[in-house]
Design a protein around this ligand. Structure first.
Ligand code: SF4
Length: 376
């Protein structure tokens, strides 16, 4: 764990990290091969080529592919194939700061934007059933700045984890938010590149992508903010994803939050592979919460995520889809919590199309059953 003692040392560290991330061509020893099904290998290297490639990536990634790369290697945006022919992993440059507490139940927090009253009501619903809440950053739904959202949630009695996306902020604003979040006492910041905004979503807004998620995590760690990082077990190339997460750990990540997959066995295989490669940070796995066609559709549409089609069918054909959806989420969460190396569950998704507060009540019921062991 390393926290700069002075402002000057923080600036030096940032410069050092940036030098390594954008400096001259440098090749490191390759990481162990991972039995890649696609026949590709993970190359832990940084080359001038990677710097060039980011300019042809819609997210200007240096350390790609991002979690939105589709299983067949296509980009999440309609540009054709992902421009990264293999994983380019970050260098080991920064030691992460562990979060003060690892939540067993980390619940997605969704509230109408710019509405402190609704935020407080939803926080009150989720607080008894969640160890912490995870605030997202949506490309089509701007909200108060993350530091302000964190302060409001702390005042409302919940522990916030806040997502910070590179999509809409340059590196100066990212650092402002990281320092603000540290100041208000946040437990962790989920450092993401961010979903690219579709061409028909706020087309007048510039997508920034000064940094990508791995570099944002390094920046967070370098100023003493616990950095959570996402990983997509089924993102392309899937066989290289465990090593990519280990590389993020070596570069500042102190906890991982996984994308949805359709079956807990996929998570078990992913975590086991990552641990064999040296992963020691806690892993939070995602359990999908949906109770109607709309909330299932939202989850299924997100790039880099998979939802169990049989579970969707079970919920949507049920005589009581809300109760069945809750039971399915509890069942998935319990299976994930049984996996060696999974420390917590992210109750993820919009849960319901019946409104923000109805959705919060559904997620709170899932959290309560997980906490108390109650079943119906
Ligand atoms: S999938 Fe991600 S990393 Fe690959 S080109 Fe698209 S945006 Fe860039």
């Amino acid at each position: 764990m390393r926290e700069p003692a002075t402002e000057a040392s923080a600036i030096f560290l940032h410069s050092s990290v940036e030098h390594q991330l954008s400096g001259p061509a440098q090749r490191l020893e390759p990481a162990p091969r991972t039995g890649c099904r696609s026949g590709r290998k993970l190359s832990v290297m940084q080359t001038q080529d990677s710097i060039t490639r980011r300019e042809t990536c819609p997210k200007r990634m240096v350390f790609g592919p991002c979690g939105g790369a589709l299983p067949d290697g296509r980009c999440e945006l309609p540009i054709g194939a992902c421009v990264f022919p293999e994983v380019v992993a970050p260098l080991a440059a920064v030691t992460g700061r562990p979060p003060a507490r690892v939540p067993r139940v980390l619940t997605d927090f969704s509230a109408p934007p710019f509405d402190p009253s609704a935020l407080r009501r939803i926080a009150a619903t989720l607080a008894p059933a969640s160890d912490a809440v995870l605030v997202g950053e949506h490309s089509n739904r701007p909200d108060f700045p993350p530091t302000l959202v964190a302060r409001l949630l702390l005042d409302a009695g919940v522990r916030p984890w806040v997502t910070l996306a590179c999509r809409d902020r340059n590196r100066v604003v990212l650092e402002q938010e990281l320092r603000g979040l540290k100041h208000v006492g946040i437990d962790a910041v989920l450092c993401v590149t961010g979903d690219a905004r579709g061409y028909d979503v706020r087309p007048d807004a510039t997508q920034v992508f000064d940094l990508d998620g791995p570099r944002l995590a390094a920046l967070a760690a370098s100023i003493g903010v616990p950095a959570a990082v996402p990983e997509a077990p089924l993102g392309w190339p899937a066989a290289a994803r465990p090593a990519r997460l280990v590389a993020k750990q070596a570069n500042g990540a102190s906890i991982a939050v996984l994308n949805h997959v359709a079956h807990p066995a996929v998570v078990a295989d992913f975590v086991a592979a990552a641990r064999r490669l040296g992963l020691t940070i806690p892993v939070v796995a995602a359990a999908a919460v949906f109770t109607d066609a709309g909330s299932a559709r939202v989850l299924a549409a997100l790039p880099g995520l998979e939802v169990d089609a049989a579970a969707v069918e079970e919920v949507l054909t049920s005589a009581d889809p809300v109760e069945t959806g809750i039971a399915v989420a509890v069942r998935e969460a319990e299976a994930l919590l049984d996996i060696d190396g999974v420390a917590g569950i992210n109750l993820s998704g919009s849960a319901s199309s019946a409104g923000w507060e109805a959705a919060a009540e559904i997620k709170a019921e899932v959290g309560t059953r997980l906490t108390t062991g109650a079943r119906r």
